[in-house]
Design a binder for this molecule. Sequence first.
Ligand SMILES: [Zn+2]
Ligand SMILES: [Zn+2]
Length: 344
Amino acid sequence: MKKQILYNKKNKEQLLEKLNEENFQRITCSFYKYLNISNPQALRDSLYSEWNNLKVLGRVYVANEGINAQISLPEFNLEKFKESLFSYSNFKDIIIKSAIQEGLSFIKLTIKVKKEIVAYKIPRNQFDMNKVGKHLNYEEYHKKIEEGAVIIDMRNQYEGEVGHFKNAIIPNVDKSAELLPKVKELLKGRERDTILMYCTGGIRCEKASSYLINHGFKDINQLNGGIIKYAHDIKNNNVESKFIGKNFVFDRRLGENITEDIISNCHQCGNPSNNHIDCENQACHILFIQCGDCAIKYKNCCSKKCKDFIQLPREERKQIFKEGKIKFTAQISNKIKPQLNKLT
Ligand SMILES: [Zn+2]
Ligand SMILES: [Zn+2]
């Protein structure tokens, strides 16, 4: 029997080259489901071999509590992909949401077994997935907004910075693990009010709503299908968006425009910009907002320090990094924390 391929072994250049050679359309989509998965590793391996054969790319998390997937697949394989997904009896009711704006979203397929599909890191006894917030469609959501409900953004601050619902509370956190205690604190005293939550695709609100209900909140509502479904629905029904700006996404596109408004500023010069970028210096790799002019000036880096560093010869960079002579820390905004990656 031929040995199954279960992991990507190609490097970034090889992957991009392969993508460039493709002569078909890809579509980007996402889905999730909370359910009990008793053997995530076995499921992971089986999904990988099936989906790799269908040329699926993307990032998929499988955990005891469910599945979360953001993927790109050839348009001609969409039906086959659905057949594969729905062949798992527990996945039959999964709703696949397509992207708002297409673009190069993923270059490889990774499927990881995780502890949680959303890493809130809250104890198991603080939520019950059988008790989640009411799911509202865009019309119901708009109606409650007009009635004066409290709107809360259930994403990280850097996501809300480029796009959010008008008048929404945007918690100043950059890690999922900090979000729920912060939200509880922000909503203190409003346990009896109508709360409207939203996130990118709905997955984060599912668990977060359960947590808030568990902490005594009486009227918790969530935007069904998140910003992604909302954007499709208001467009199809010709309704004005109450979400302004860009929907941040966790793939190479880094965002989809929901409205043309630019509500954020370049972190380097302060001019209007909603262009998120990962610092070109792999040892820094901080996520920040940079306008076109600053991108040229700083060669896609977050600072002069990073720009100078990437222009050094590779061996010198490696040496400096190894000796720990330079520490790359956030130099733009103290709200944004650097993610230290290995120097490649
Ligand atoms: Zn700028
Ligand atoms: Zn940097």
